[in-house]
Design a protein around this ligand. Sequence first.
Ligand code: ZN
Length: 199
Amino acid sequence: MKNPPALEQLISALKVLPGVGPKTAQRMAFHLLQRDKQGADKLARALDMALTRLTHCQRCNTFSEAELCPICADEERRQDQLCIVEMPADLMMLEQAKCYEGLYFVLMGRISPLDHIGPKDLNLDKLLPRALDGKVSEVVIATNFTAEGEVTAHMLSELFKDRGLTLTRIARGMPVGGELEYVDLSTLAQAVYERRGVS
Ligand code: ZN
């Protein structure tokens, strides 16, 4: 016997989530429908609202409900530093660590051949004019210390070579394989303070 079409559709929709295969998707669907209808309703609404309201900040590319996110709109922040991170979660971590007063750019990913993500998918067409606006003098590369993050950092250092900007990478105090999102805040702050020039 087959599942009813609406259930099949829900299961197949849940499979878009990373790491969720057919079995897990089915379990999630049963859970939502059987045990947590209220949660399911909340999830549906939140997803709908996020899709309608959220866009990307025109300057830093992070998720925002307005043209400019609150950080980019804040004129008190240093306009001469631009920190490049992989994901909005990394930006949030750096903000929590209170170690950086400049602005950001969020790539929304990292180079990952296995996932077919190359430089083209990292919004570089938006990043380059942003970094070359004439106000930015230092570009801080704060991608993760994973293999993919390092490849991305290397690509960025090539991109910004000979463009008259100071190029730095957050320091290696971060554990090897370390992702910003999971490092404690003081280690992260130290990595920013001890950032080094990229030759
Ligand atoms: Zn922004």
